[in-house]
Design a protein around this ligand. Structure first.
Ligand code: PGA
Length: 254
């Protein structure tokens, strides 16, 4: 079983760099003390250097919330993977807030996955269906399509370097997490799809996270699911007590 992983996606929070540093300082000792789980926090770009300083020497590592696939050039407002190297070990790609509000396509997300892998960092590839797609009975097909497209061109030996996060769009920021049955069914489906794309030994090593309204109260039942290797946490990652409790719940899987 792969080492569990919890990733805090701070999104466009907190409102200042000073508050981001304060959050990192509040997490540093209690989250650093939770063994048996990899811990990643993803602050906004502008806060990355200051949060890196605040977490220096701790086992908590940094991720970015996005990246542009090109190494440099005329891409106003974008940040390249090379700029993140040395600061971040992980990069979230294909978050539904970017797919749906900013029109990111499967192909663009795939280019990001390849760029991040090429730079030796870990992509956290988000997939998940909307409520409309679920109601239309298309949830598994959508997630399979996003998974296959996101991993296109990834060398078979590199698939284990990708983290996949199943984040049903209807569960993100709504307080309505997927039930354990749904989370297991969908994430088990991703694992089965990975077996078809690679082989069972490789598929067993890929970290599959659940994301969408994970909190201190539901983390233990999610962590108990056979195919859920960790969590991608939004709102609750801004509350140090809650994020530490979530990390502890997943640490017991190790
Ligand atoms: P949430 O967000 O935990 O606030 O639902 C999860 C995410 O968007 O990654």
């Amino acid at each position: 079983m792969p080492t569990p992983l919890v990733v805090g996606n701070w999104k466009m929070n907190p409102p200042s760099i000073a508050e981001a540093v304060a959050l990192a300082q509040a997490l540093r000792a209690p989250l650093g003390a939770v063994e048996g789980v990899e811990r990643v926090v993803c602050p906004p770009f502008v806060a990355l250097p200051a949060v890196a300083d605040a977490l220096a020497g701790s086992p908590i590592v940094l991720g970015a919330q996005n990246v542009h696939p090109q190494p440099k050039g005329a891409f106003t407002g974008e940040v390249s993977g090379a700029m993140l190297q040395g600061v971040c070990s992980h990069v979230i790609v294909g978050h539904s807030e970017r797919r749906h509000s900013l029109g990111e396509t499967d192909d663009f997300v795939n280019a990001k996955v390849l760029a991040v892998l090429g730079l030796g960092m870990t992509p956290v590839l988000c997939v998940g269906e909307t409520l409309e797609e679920r109601d239309a009975g298309e949830a598994s097909a959508v997630v399979e399509r996003q998974t296959a497209a996101g991993l296109a061109g990834v060398e078979p030996g590199d698939v284990t370097k990708v983290v996949l996060a199943y984040e049903p769009v209807w569960a993100i920021g709504t307080g309505r997490a997927a039930t354990p049955e749904t989370a297991q069914e969908m994430i088990g489906g991703i694992r089965a799809h990975l077996v078809r794309l690679t082989d069972s030994a490789t598929a067993a090593q890929v970290r599959l996270l659940y994301g969408g309204s994970v909190n201190a109260a539901n983390a233990a039942e999610l962590a108990a699911l056979p195919d859920v290797d960790g969590a991608l946490v939004g709102g609750a990652s801004l509350d140090p007590d809650a994020f530490v409790a979530i990390a502890r719940a997943f640490a017991t899987r190790a």
